[in-house]
Design a protein around this ligand. Structure first.
Ligand SMILES: [Mg+2]
Length: 335
């Protein structure tokens, strides 16, 4: 690999990564890791980040990239109501990448692992034409508490954690053809950039939603409308969303005109917010709202209802309804 050997890299990484953790019998350095899975169900997920498709080397710090590549996997575990435990990180590295870049990437991975109380127990490295980062996460969930996309029932409320659109606003700000120094330096600008560069997975919130009876759940990676579409399809239901109730990130609202964007459009279609979208029986909503606020300081907003039949509707301010277009972030079309 580039100007350093794989052995040198692995030895550097072993000094970055803390391998002592509950359940880890054997971490980095052998043919495989050994972990004690306990008595829970295992939750397994993986995600591939490709340079030029999911990120640009020139505009992304390796530290943020490392953090984000773990956090997006954690978000998928959170969306099942699970708790993340272990990660495997595999890396494709072109000749042009320096060891310092890789070490920074792992420092970001380590920071995210520490934030979510996880351990990086292994992985692989190889030469490649562009940077490839593949992260796999194993987590756990108690039998009966896993929440899938398929359990929503007509009459359930549709709820979402936090606020939406900030990550998409951050991406617009970071990739604007002309850097708006004042906007980037403002506190709202920094919030938007951070939302895109270092998304926060809603692990505790997901577990609370599961315990309070969430019937279906998904993380908002592709955009509210697209992800609600996934949930509705798997549950064989429809939904209506009250547009005025969709929580828009305040920092996005503040900078929307500077960025020349419609904040509602980014909140519905922007993606990468990694908030949780769930369905709850109506009776469970008030307590769950209170618990998320008390435990995590996280808002939970009721934005609509599950309906029988297919299709998603947007309810306008005057009560009229129109189809909710599932236009979101296209993983395959973006460059
Ligand atoms: Mg997901």
């Amino acid at each position: 690999v580039a100007g350093f050997t794989e052995e040198e890299l692995v030895s550097a990484l072993r000094t970055i990564l803390n391998e002592d953790a509950v359940g880890v019998r054997l971490g980095l350095g052998d043919d495989a890791a050994l972990v004690d899975p306990g008595s829970h169900l295992m939750v397994l997920t993986s995600d591939l980040l490709v340079e030029g498709v999911h990120f640009q080397r020139e505009t992304t710090s390796p530290h943020d990239l490392g953090y984000k590549s773990l956090a997006v996997n954690v978000s998928d575990v959170a969306a099942m109501g699970g708790s993340p435990r272990y990660a495997l990180v595999s890396l494709g590295i072109p000749q042009s990448v320096e060891m310092a870049w890789v070490v920074e990437l792992y420092a970001g991975l380590r920071d995210a692992a520490s934030e979510y109380a996880m351990t990086i127990v292994g992985g692989d490295t190889s030469r490649s034409d562009s940077i490839l980062i593949s992260v796999a996460v194993a987590g756990e969930v108690a039998e009966g508490l896993a929440v899938t996309r398929s359990g929503a029932r007509p009459g359930d409320r549709v709820v979402v954690t936090g606020a939406l659109g900030a990550a998409a606003g951050g991406l617009r700000l970071a990739s604007a053809p002309k850097i708006d120094v004042a906007a980037v330096a403002s506190s709202s600008g920094r919030e938007l950039l951070a939302a895109h560069a270092r998304p926060q997975a809603r692990v505790g919130e997901g577990q609370t939603l599961a315990r309070e009876g969430a019937t279906a759940m998904i993380d908002v990676s592709d955009g509210l409308a697209v992800d609600l579409g996934h949930l509705c399809r798997e549950s064989k239901v429809g939904a209506s969303i009250v547009l005025a109730d969709v929580p828009i990130a305040p920092s996005l609202a503040e900078l929307a005109s500077t960025l020349g964007v419609d904040p509602l459009e980014l909140a519905l279609g922007g993606g990468e917010d990694y908030e949780l979208l769930a369905t709850l029986p109506p009776m469970a909503v008030p307590l769950t709202v209170q618990l998320l606020k008390d435990r995590f300081g996280t808002a939970l907003t009721d934005i609509g209802e599950v309906r029988s039949g297919e299709g998603m509707l947007a309810v306008e301010d005057d009560g009229s309804e129109r189809p909710l277009e599932a236009e979101g972030w296209d993983h395959f079309g973006r460059t």
